[in-house]
Design a protein around this ligand. Structure first.
Ligand code: HEM
Length: 439
């Protein structure tokens, strides 16, 4: 096992780092790593933080020594919108709760939704007018919200829920999430955050009411949760409150991340026509599995490479709950820890030519152990519960879209990663779609 040494920033460099972490966190974390090594310590508003960038240390923190850590300040603030859901809840409640949600995830038959995800995607593509500009980011975020609502609630939002509820979930949810920014101690625009959160939560209540009225005998996640939570009384307020926290968490955690992964994928494909041409050829000739979906690895390689370069959750934080050491680095109670897939995924020790988009690096023969430095979904007990689900839906959406049209991005050179709670492209992506053939 390796031992790591810490570089403590001098007073002056520490001030430079804390200012720049607020304004340009991606570049700052990367510069700190390149200049000072695998563990850098700095102080922000009186708290000591350690940025760990070595895969072995990341694994220790997330997996082997997870019990020594608790949720970071940003997730404590996120409780205003996600309540005591799986992302924000503390460790004491987490273990049992995660087990019950794991059960619901396992029992729900997500695979049956494949054809429906494809038809939601086709409906979306059909609504685009050939030759007209469309806001691709918005379209993909709405589509992924519809997909996740289908998977979790078995609800076709467009057909079964009023458009106002959908709009509120989409726009107020996005606004509330955008107010949560790492390294900031408070919400941006607190009063707008409060009103957006309250509209978002009433929309979730609405969705739940409609769904409960339809009956909960099905095979979807909502029905499993409802049956598990309501054995004693369907009216139990605390249980319904917990369900609302879980569903708002799953809806938010589930659609922003996956939508951004797809947005970055389209942006990267636009900049790499050679990969896009290869995909085009492949989408018309590749063999299909029983459900008619492309299961060959090219789509998966493209998606993996997109989330390596643009990990939707670009940073993970922890607070040290109980004193411990990580590969010889002593951490005292209350210390903060940051881990950044953005930094580790772009480290040339693990990925050759790390800043380049090379989907073929994910074919088994070329990996050379780089998987251990790849953690877009985290690791250990708090690892993303939707990792496989998100790959499942993304593969279907991506392969359906590229089969039916080519997306020519407009002014894509000005697009930059915006490191808020999630890593989204800014400004939004705009395209003029070119239909290959009518759906
Ligand atoms: C590309 C898509 C996604 C990415 C990159 C992603 C990434 C992550 C990461 C890195 C974590 C761990 C955070 C930490 O350790 O602090 C996480 C947790 C979580 N994710 Fe995802 N996620 C994605 C999609 C989804 C989907 C589709 C869902 C739900 C259906 C989901 C639900 C969750 C939940 C509930 C947690 C908290 C798990 C826990 O603490 O037990 N995610 N996600």
């Amino acid at each position: 096992m390796i031992n790591l040494t810490v570089t403590r920033l001098s007073w002056w460099t520490g001030i430079w780092a804390s200012v720049n972490l607020l304004n340009a966190p991606l570049q700052t974390l990367q510069q700190l790593h390149r200049k000072y090594g695998d563990v850098v310590s700095f102080s922000i508003r009186g708290r000591n933080w350690y940025s760990f960038n070595h895969p072995d240390a990341i694994r220790e923190i997330l997996l082997h020594k997870a019990k020594f850590f608790s949720r970071p300040p940003i997730l404590k603030r996120a409780r205003a919108i996600m309540g005591n859901g799986l992302v924000t809840c503390e460790e004491a409640f987490h273990r049992e709760h995660r087990n019950s949600l794991n059960q619901a995830f396992l029992q729900s038959n997500f695979a049956q939704y494949g054809p429906k995800i494809e038809s939601l995607t086709i409906r979306c593509v059909n609504s685009w007018k050939v030759g007209k500009r469309i806001n691709l980011s918005l379209e993909i975020r709405r589509l992924m919200l519809r997909v996740i609502a289908l998977l979790l609630f078995d609800v076709d939002i467009e057909e079964e829920i009023d458009p106002e509820t959908e709009n509120v979930i989409l726009t107020d949810g996005a606004f509330a999430v955008s107010c949560l920014r790492p390294f900031r101690s408070s919400f941006l625009r607190p009063s707008r955050f409060k009103s957006a959160t309250s509209r978002f939560l009433s929309a979730i209540d609405n969705l739940m009411k409609c769904r409960i009225a339809r009956g909960c005998e099905g095979d979807d996640l909502f029905s499993h949760l409802f049956r598990a939570n309501n054995r004693s009384s369907a009216e139990n307020t605390a249980q319904l409150r917990q369900m609302r926290d879980d569903l708002s968490t799953l809806l938010l955690a589930g659609h922003h991340t996956t939508a951004h992964a797809l947005e970055w994928t389209f942006w990267l494909l636009d900049r790499h026509p050679e990969v896009q041409n290869q995909l085009d050829r492949f989408s018309t000739t590749a063999s299909l599995d029983d459900h008619g979906y492309d299961t060959t690895s090219m789509i998966q390689n493209v998606l993996n490479e997109a989330i390596r370069l643009y990990p939707p959750l670009w940073i993970m934080g922890r607070l040290v709950e109980e004193e411990t050491s990580i590969l010889n680095v002593q951490l005292s109670h209350g210390t903060g820890v940051v881990l950044s897939p953005w930094v580790t995924h772009r480290d040339s020790r693990w990925f050759s030519e790390p800043d380049l988009f090379i989907p073929s690096r994910w074919s088994n023969t070329s990996l050379n152990g780089a998987e251990k430095a790849f953690f877009p979904f985290g690791d250990g007990p708090r690892k993303c519960i939707g990792d496989r689900l998100s790959m499942f839906e993304s593969e279907i959406v991506l392969s359906t879209i590229i089969k039916h049209c080519r997306l020519n991005l407009i002014e894509s050179e000005s697009v930059q990663p915006d490191p808020g709670f999630t890593l989204k492209p800014f400004p939004d992506l705009w395209v003029v779609p070119e239909l290959k053939y009518a759906c």
